[in-house]
Design a protein around this ligand. Structure first.
Ligand code: SF4
Ligand code: SF4
Length: 60
């Protein structure tokens, strides 16, 4: 899943534009991800210019 680093995002919207399932909610000064919808493609983490979003992989 994708973890959001609190207070780092500058709300540029790049991740929202790239998400194929539209599960990133960006409102004024708040960003959240609906993890039940996210497909873990990591596109958002790759496009974020300031590394706010970090993919975390379950070790099983
Ligand atoms: S990992 Fe993919 S599906 Fe999940 S929030 Fe990022 S862009 Fe959207
Ligand atoms: S791409 Fe990064 S800085 Fe831009 S809105 Fe998304 S998380 Fe925030």
């Amino acid at each position: 899943m994708i973890v959001i680093t609190p207070n780092k995002c500058d709300f540029c919207g790049a991740c929202v534009a790239v998400c194929p399932v539209d599960c990133i909610d960006l409102k004024e000064a708040d960003i959240s991800i609906r993890h039940d919808v996210c497909i873990d493609c990591d596109l958002c983490a790759n496009i974020c210019p300031i590394e706010v979003l970090e993919p975390i992989y379950d070790e099983k």
